[in-house]
Design a protein around this ligand. Structure first.
Ligand code: ARG
Length: 578
């Protein structure tokens, strides 16, 4: 169905054509020019007419005046020309007759665009490095990645989510040596990933040494680690068995976090999977004369594109991070036939992606422009003591546990009789972190303030989850009643609520276009604020006028569907009570 904006844009185009038959203006152009005025007293939509001065050869004031005539439409309440702007008020009866029933019919599918039909998107996200800490820096790739997946699915794309585990590399040689030296099966079984990380940190420290404090670097351990990794690469059975075990333990741990977030992947093919897929790509680079030898290493020179060279093989012939990414991209194209491949990582990896995307282009793969890197800023934590045995990184699971504990404390005070307290506390605690994080533009660096994130009063996860729960409890009170057709809007709060909901599809499209889940987070806030205002100002269950009462119940139900749908787009769980 056409959104209201599109509908009005088409009308405007018709009118423009009347003024200038040669105009090539299209509805999509006009839709992009239509603004939502910050002050809704001015109208619900505003069209800045100066943008058409050139093609219509008239002043904006004249254009605004001319466009008003012929703007009659069901969706337009009235239109006004003010200072070269065409201000439009959307008709309440139209909203009530069209938007409201559509939401009630489609429920959580309302607002789904269909731009993705038939297209395939592969998303590479989360992708932690096994045995290294899964820390708060991974929050971004995990929740932005998953939101982008949900957004694309919502828009009709087929999606394939890949957790490209960092499950290969010299760190496994180190881990094997450390395990044999200081670990044991029992200790690792008991301590899980924490024990693995501890062993990994210990051997790294030993290799580095602490010369200032009289501890020399341990070259022997470094050599031993390299040798063990080499054995692993050669298929040594014992080492392979250890490696498989280490990966399994790590995955088990990650899955706990993914479960808290409601995230699943279609594939966990990690770096190790691509080992035998690299030689063909290296050979292709060589055959195409793209490889240069530089101090023994093989590189692709990118100076022409103002970038440092892309490293393909080290001096000893071993492969590197970009080599693997190139081989993985080719594999994914051949096997999943993507129309778009999205990679979500911290902005520190921007150069890496720019480089290997360029190499893919130089290799003649015509799908190079379907590769998209989505970077995000750094995450730090303020005010909470969460230092770990592993130094000064904060583990994601510890951050979640802390948030859950705090929410439990708040709930104990606010609502001690709540059923399923643990489940609700988990949804709200984890949700608070996710929501706080996704409120910011992804590229901005953010400093977590846990108190702010967990507040029930601010623009937070708990606030919007409370709003959702409130719609559920209102509806619970009127369960089983038949609402019938029709309805009427009788106050501004009702109209404002419905207008925001009518913008949902547009916001989804913006979020997809900009790879920006925060667009949805802000939409959720706008909708929550509008609902709470409505709930505060208008009687719902106790309204004596039956028609008004039924309309308000419908509005509450519609809010529940749209909020619920938007929550699922940003990994926020729904709770019917808080
Ligand atoms: N494992 C990497 C890291 O933690 C991220 C991998 C991102 N994906 C990729 N295809 N390079 O930094």
């Amino acid at each position: 169905m056409l959104t209201i904006k599109q509908r009005i844009a088409e009308k405007i185009v018709e009118n423009v054509k009347k003024l200038n038959a040669d105009s090539a203006l299209e509805a999509a152009d006009v839709a992009a020019m239509l603004e939502y005025p910050p002050d809704t007293n001015m109208g619900d939509l505003a069209f800045p007419c100066f943008k058409l001065s050139k093609i219509l050869r008239r002043s904006p004031v004249q254009i605004a005046q001319a466009l008003i005539d012929g703007l009659e439409d069901e969706a337009v309440g009235y239109a006004e020309a003010v200072n070269g702007y065409l201000n439009i008020r959307i008709d309440n009866a139209y909203l009530c007759k069209n938007v409201l029933p559509e939401i009630l019919e489609k429920k959580e599918a309302y607002g789904a665009p269909s731009i993705g039909n038939g297209k395939m998107v592969v998303l590479d996200y989360s992708s932690p490095n096994v045995a290294k800490p899964f820390h708060i820096g991974h929050l971004g790739t995990t929740v932005i990645g998953h939101s982008l997946r949900k957004l694309h699915e919502f828009a009709g794309y087929r999606c394939y989510g890949i957790n490209y585990l960092g499950d290969w590399g010299t760190q496994f040689g180190k881990l094997i040596v450390a395990y044999r030296k200081w670990g044991s099966r029992e200790a690792v079984e008991k301590g899980g990933i924490d024990k693995l990380v501890e062993l990994y940190v210990r051997i790294n420290n030993a290799i580095k040494g602490d010369p200032e404090n009289g501890m020399p670097a341990d070259q022997e351990l470094a050599d031993e680690s390299r040798a063990e990794f080499h054995k692993l690469e050669m298929g040594d059975e014992e080492n392979l068995e250890l490696w498989t075990w280490f990966v399994a333990i790590s995955l088990e741990e990650y899955n706990k976090t993914y479960k808290q977030l409601g995230i699943t992947f279609d594939s966990y093919k990690g770096e190790s999977f691509y080992t035998d897929k690299m030689p063909a790509q290296v050979q292709k680079l060589r055959d195409m004369n793209l490889l240069k030898i530089d101090d023994g290493a093989s590189i692709v020179d990118l100076s022409e594109y103002n970038m440092p060279p892309c490293l393909i093989l080290k001096r000893d012939g071993s492969t590197l991070y970009p080599t693997r990414d190139i081989a993985a991209a080719v594999y994914r194209k051949e096997n999943y036939h993507f129309d778009k491949a999205i990679y979500v990582t911290s902005a520190q990896q921007c150069l890496h992606y720019a480089q290997w995307f360029k190499v893919v282009e130089l290799m003649g793969y015509d799908w190079y422009d379907q590769l998209v890197h989505v970077p995000y800023g750094t995450v730090s934590l303020n005010g909470a003591k969460l230092a770990t045995r592993t130094g000064n990184v904060v583990l994601l699971k510890d951050l979640f546990s802390l948030a859950i504990e705090k929410v439990k404390g708040i709930m104990e005070e606010k609502n001690p009789d709540l059923a399923d307290k643990d489940e609700v506390a988990e949804a709200v605690g984890v949700g608070a972190i996710v929501f706080y994080y996704l409120t910011n533009n992804r590229i901005k660096d953010i400093n977590f303030n846990l108190e702010d994130a967990l507040s029930f009063d601010g623009n937070t996860g708990p606030y919007v989850q409370y709003t959702y729960a409130r719609t559920c409890s209102v509806l619970e009170k009127v369960k089983g009643e038949t609402l019938g057709d029709g309805g009427k809007i009788t106050c501004d709060e009702e109209a404002a609520l419905l207008k925001i909901m009518s913008q949902y599809e547009e916001r989804v499209l913006t979020a997809i276009r900009d790879y920006e889940p925060s667009v949805i987070t802000r939409f959720i806030l706008d909708l929550s604020v509008a609902f709470n205002k409505f709930d505060h100002e208008c009687r719902i269950v106790n309204e004596p006028d039956t028609r008004v009462r039924l309309t308000r119940i419908k509005l509450t139900e519609a809010t529940k569907h749209v909020l619920g749908s938007a929550f699922s787009l940003i990994c926020l769980k729904k709770t019917d009570r808080v």
